[in-house]
Every structure is written in structure tokens, then in C-alpha cells.
Design a protein around this ligand. Structure first.
Ligand SMILES: Nc1ncnc2c1ncn2[C@@H]1O[C@H](COP(=O)(O)OP(=O)(O)O)[C@@H](O)[C@H]1O
Ligand SMILES: [Mg+2]
Length: 337
């Protein structure tokens, strides 16, 4: 068994019948086998208890994977679903901070870890809760990392959930592989990308990675899409601004004198093109929203701060498409084999 970074309460007495002839080593082995068996049973139960398990991946870091993972979780939860969020980024866990719950502690009772509770009742598990100083990078040896992930999967008391969202470190690392090998019944992968043309390349990489994991691709989300600006002018006026790349963009004012337009800061449409080219569903785009950065810093998520804002509504649209791809609507997922 892999080393364990999370020590259980001593209350967890493994009740292996005493054998007077067993050596201490044999007894330790029996206890270990018993614990493994218990974990296997819990994982089997977890597969039944958690309806949908969704991994969030991207080809590279900084594209907003954790932002999308938390947004999906909150958007599902505010629809009334019971949702869990598993932060597998054990070297740089930032989900608790994004949700304003980094001061929470995980409770361990009878060998089971109880998740912290975020906004809208989202159950969160993250290594950030267990590190003395989550800002200090930790270098995990392979087997310890494996052990931590296995504990996150097998020893967490999630209870019954409609959906479990799993966030990963950047890139195609071994964490998604460990999860896909240890967690049965994964519905699929949501791929996060940016609007630039390189998005196609990155998404292609993520899709072939999903293929090596033998999990379906639920679709592509384009993050940091256009930036919306608004203003007022005389009703009926046309307003022109010089957009990115020096290209003029015009908008007409409404009857009340307001206008709005979307600036494609990083171009746009890369995600939709990538999805089309790669034959997977396009789940939608999220606007470039400085409020997301603020929310990440002050711990009030955009969906909580502005429940009816453009970003919150964009997440709701993406969630609708994810549910449809999962067969909760009329669509069906694309299985890559
Ligand atoms: N749509 C967006 N608009 C503005 N900033 C964003 C958006 N999405 C993510 N960010 C910011 O980009 C940075 C990286 O996002 P994060 O979700 O941590 O990426 P990843 O998990 O892929 O490394 C964060 O500072 C986050 O606040
Ligand atoms: Mg991240």
C-alpha cells in the first residue's frame, strides 16, 4: 500500500481477530489488508452514491481550470443539486481560497474524512485543509502522492451526491491517471481552453489524454472569452470604440441610452472551433471577467457575489449543456475509444 500522509484517529481500531500465533508483522499485514478491503468497499458504495463524476482538465495551466471547476460545482449546487468538489491539485491547492473556506478544517472520524462545506452546501476536499501553510509548495514523493489521492477517493465521507467535480493540477500529469484508475464510473472530462488559436492544439492534447485515461469527453469550455463593456450616450446614437488590434467596433444605444459591446481581448471562438474540429460538444464560453480574479483573491466567488451576473449566467448555460451531454437532457456524450 502507498504511504499515507493523512493519519487517522487512533479511534479507528481495526478489528482483526487475534491470532495468538501471528507475529507483529503478520498482524500488521492483516490490518493493512483489512483497511484496503474497507476502502474498496467504500469506493464501491461511492460509485453507487455519487450519480455523476466529472473531471476538469486542460492542456496547460492558468487557463481557468480551477475557476471552471468551482463554477460548475456552484452552478450545479444552486440548481438544488448536492455537489462535491475534489481538489486534486495537491502541490498548489487553491479551491478552498476561491470559495472563502480556507480556514476550514477537515474532520476525521472512524477513519473517514468529512469534507468542508462551501457556498450553496458544496462539499469540498482539498490538501489545502491539511497543509500547515498552503502557500508553501510541497514536493510529494510519488507513492505519498498516490496515497493521498487514494485517501481522497476512498476515505472521504461524501454521502449521496448528484455530482462530484474533480479539479487537477495543470497539464497532463499522473494525477488524472491515478483518479481514473481508482475511481469507478467516471462520466467524463470537461476540457477548459482559451480563445486563442493555440486552443486547438491544447484541446487536442487534452482529448488524446482523456483517450489514454479511457474516459469520455463531455465537451470543451472556452474561458476568458470576450470582455463586455457598457456605457451611456444619447438614445439612438451609434458608439464606436477602437477594439483590440486597432479594429473599430460599433454599437447602437438602446432607447434608454445604454450600449454594450464585447471586446475579444484574446480573439474568440478558439474553443468552439477546437470542439468542432475534434468532434466533441462545445459547452459554452465564459467572459473575461476581472471580478473572477477579485473573487479568487477575496474568497467571494463570482457566482456568490453576483448571482445574476453575466459570469454566473454563463456558468448556468454551461451546466445545462453538461447535463444534456450526461444524458440528463436530450444529448449524449461522445465516447472516445
Ligand atoms: N474568465 C476569467 N476572467 C478573468 N480572469 C480569470 C478568468 N478565469 C480565470 N481567471 C483568472 O486566471 C487565473 C488562473 O485561473 P485558475 O482557475 O487558477 O487556472 P488553472 O486552474 O487552470 O491554473 C486566476 O487568477 C483566475 O482568477
Ligand atoms: Mg488550478
Amino acid at each position: 500500500m502507498a504511504d499515507s500522509p493523512i493519519s487517522h484517529h487512533s479511534g479507528e481500531q481495526v478489528d482483526v481477530p487475534a491470532d495468538p500465533n501471528a507475529s507483529p508483522e503478520q498482524r500488521a499485514q492483516m490490518e493493512q489488508a483489512y483497511q484496503q478491503m474497507q476502502r474498496k468497499l467504500r469506493i464501491t458504495k461511492m460509485d453507487e452514491d455519487i450519480k455523476h463524476k466529472i473531471m476538469v482538465l486542460s492542456g496547460k495551466g492558468g487557463v481557468g481550470k480551477s475557476t471552471v471547476a468551482t463554477g460548475l460545482a456552484l452552478s450545479l449546487a444552486r440548481k438544488g443539486m448536492s455537489v462535491g468538489l475534489m481538489d486534486i491539485d495537491i502541490t498548489g491547492p487553491n479551491i478552498p481560497k476561491m470559495l472563502g473556506i480556507e480556514e476550514s478544517d477537515l474532520n476525521v472520524e472512524e477513519g473517514q474524512i468529512f469534507p468542508a462545506i462551501g457556498p450553496h452546501g458544496v462539499k469540498v476536499i482539498s490538501m489545502a485543509f491539511l497543509l500547515e501553510d498552503p502557500d508553501k509548495p510541497v514536493i510529494w514523493r510519488g507513492p505519498i502522492k498516490l496515497g493521498a489521492i487514494q485517501q481522497f477517493i476512498g476515505d472521504v465521507a461524501w454521502g449521496e451526491l448528484d455530482a462530484l467535480i474533480i479539479d487537477f493540477p495543470p497539464g497532463t500529469s499522473d494525477e488524472p491517471l491515478t483518479v481514473s484508475q481508482n475511481l469507478p464510473g467516471i462520466d467524463g472530462v470537461v476540457i477548459v481552453t482559451t480563445p486563442q488559436e493555440v486552443a486547438l492544439l491544447d484541446s487536442r492534447k487534452s482529448i488524446s489524454f482523456a483517450k489514454t485515461l479511457s474516459v469520455p469527453v463531455l465537451g470543451v469550455v472556452e474561458n476568458m472569452s470576450g470582455y463586455k463593456i457598457r456605457g451611456t450616450a444619447s438614445p439612438g446614437d451609434e458608439v464606436t470604440v477602437i477594439g483590440p488590434g486597432g479594429v473599430p467596433i460599433s454599437a447602437s444605444t438602446d432607447d434608454d441610452g445604454t450600449w454594450s459591446m464585447t471586446l475579444d481581448v484574446f480573439k474568440s471562438g478558439g474553443g468552439a472551433h477546437a470542439a468542432e474540429d475534434l468532434g466533441v460538444p462545445f459547452l459554452g464560453s465564459l467572459p473575461f471577467d476581472p471580478g473572477i480574479v477579485r473573487g479568487g483573491d477575496d474568497g467571494v466567488h463570482r457566482i456568490v457575489a453576483e448571482p445574476e451576473g453575466d459570469t454566473a449566467l454563463a456558468f448556468d448555460g454551461i451546466v445545462e449543456n453538461v447535463l444534456e451531454t450526461l444524458g440528463e437532457g436530450s444529448g449524449s456524450s461522445v465516447r472516445i475509444t
